[in-house]
Design a protein around this ligand. Sequence first.
Ligand code: IMP
Length: 424
Amino acid sequence: MAATIVLGAQWGDEGKGRVVDYFAEKADFVVRFQGGNNAGHTIVVGDQRLALSLIPSGIHYPNCTPVIASGTVIDPAVLIAEMDMVAEKGLDPSRVRLSSNAHLIMPYHRKLDAAIERYLGKNLIGTTKKGIGPAYTDKFSRFGIRVQDLFDPKIFREKVDAALVDKNKILPRVYNTLPMDAGEITDEYLGLAERLRPHVTDTSLLIHRAVKEGKEVLFEGAQGTLLDVDHGTYPFVTSSNPTAGGAVIGAGIGPKAIDEVVGVAKAYISRVGTGPFPTELNDETGDTMIELGGEYGTVTGRRRRCGWLDLVALRYAARVNGLTRLFITKMDILSASDTIAVATGYRAGDDRYDEFPSQQSVLYHCEPEYVELDGWGEDITGVRRYEDLPKEARAYIEFIEEAVEVPVGWVSVGPERSQLVEIR
Ligand code: IMP
């Protein structure tokens, strides 16, 4: 395993939580490298369910160090509440390591996120309203405030004052909301600093040393490839890079440190929020996927849009990430279907597309070209060996491998940790 990136190969919600949990058992470090508390995953520890949005999976394995690296954006109160929750469940949050370079999500970021969405009306992105976009905007415009600033109160005050110069004009004048008080924000954040201090470190150095010593390091992507700000369905994306390159930048290591890039894809596909979605099913089949698959958001509770597996998009994910293996999740959800469709191309007007169109306006008009495969029509939740899967289910996996040109290493057949088929 050595240094492995596990990332979403679709629009997020591929079931990465359970995949990372599976790999984390053997990992020395699990590293979050982008995003913030817009992500959400539920892990099951004994008979307890743990819903986490910032702390990486692996927190429940005593030998694993969870690392929140510099490419992330951190809402300090959320992180502290999550560490308290973890402690209440009898787990040890003292091992969590937080990059001093990570940017802070400030109260005005959350307020702006909600105000901008309101302002966009029917063109809204459908963000999680956690302040992610505005926090990354400030990072890139160099008005961001970092975790390390919490430990220099004078600098922190100056930065909040500077950030509010334009925000306190924009909030009332453009978005018709109240301005914010620098003193209140500063007091609240500096009041949290001491809780974070023991966790804060140079995570790039920590990860570099771990890789050099041959430790097992897992890089846990949040969201998914099609939500990548550079390579996703812009502007209906998140504001970070959930793709493999984002792991390298967000963690602060060189690309040659990475041994394997595992793409996680559901046996079908879903997205939350707005934006183009060629294989979306607005019918009974889609409703069945939502209900059987429990397709409601961990963070916002929103109903996810569902559709047939899109192999054009998955081939694209394999390309932009350099995927070395695929992990197919929720295969059991398709057991109810007599036939299973997979999109192998798109058609828009007279044009046919084998590759994911780079022009957003084309993607909007794409109709999928489907190949219909036989369903297996039987319960597969008890299967643990590849050869015991019904032949139609194996044909489905092999069809994916051939279309995407990436081997499938694992298939999950149920939500429990043991409901897994290891292929190779
Ligand atoms: P933001 O990340 O809150 O700015 O939201 C931007 C877009 O990314 C919206 O369409 C969200 O629904 C989507 N998004 C953000 N986080 C996740 C996630 O963890 N899973 C799926 N979609 C997400």
